[in-house]
Design a protein around this ligand. Sequence first.
Ligand code: PMM
Length: 273
Amino acid sequence: MSLGGATLIMGVVNVTPDSFSDGGLFVDRQAAVEQGLALARQGAAILDIGGESTRPGSDPTPLEVELDRVLPVVRELKERCHAVISIDTYKAPVAEAAIEAGAAMVNDVTALKGDPAMAGLCAKSGVALVLMHMLGSPRTMQQDPQYGDVVAEVRDFLAGQARVAIQAGVDGQAIVVDPGIGFGKTLDHNLALIRNLPALAQLGYPVLLGASRKAFIGRLTGRDKPGERLWGTVGAHVLAAALGADMVRVHDVAPLREALQVADAVMAAPVWP
Ligand code: PMM
């Protein structure tokens, strides 16, 4: 299934001291709110608020710390802009509190594997649910990740977790799938997953792709600093949109919006003959 038309932009609002790409910039809650408002003005339909870094090698954040970081930001952004608020967490108590504070989407990077209560919570509250593929945990995921057939394995895992969600009562229409670029993947795995997004789109759920500022872009472009990977990020997401992504998760909303306006218009033109 495709949402058709415009590729939706999910703007990243990390309220963490240690995310790989923008860590430390927005641990100040007010700064995170201002960043979210700016991204919404620039064209983010969704704001994804996260209070635990999932960068390679990172440790989990205690529940209370995560709640304290994200809840005021969710509440204030819900009040002050029209974007859909997404909570980037795999912990059901964080998701539940964020939903009460106004979140309408749960972005679970463990695809329901992190907390047995998550599927039931999403079913009960009727929120949209992003299921993302990750191999292992953030602490270990980049230590020599191995697949037989990465595209088939990621697709089959996501199909299976979507079935788990639906069995728990989640509306199939509310499910979004994401191959999890950089989460237990080599450069070649990431490239294969983007190139073969049509195989993921065939599952029938909207597809989200998050390649923004990630290490594989640095590998390809020679840009060591995540903040300098904008042009590579644009390249990755324009192609992702052409290959079947319905939504992209990015830090730099304004340039991505213009790039995707052009990409979406080209893809909407009639195919000859
Ligand atoms: N990437 C990060 C965090 N959350 N969620 C989804 N659904 N997909 C992703 O690719 C993804 C994610 C890591 O990036 P960040 O630290 O810049 O937020």
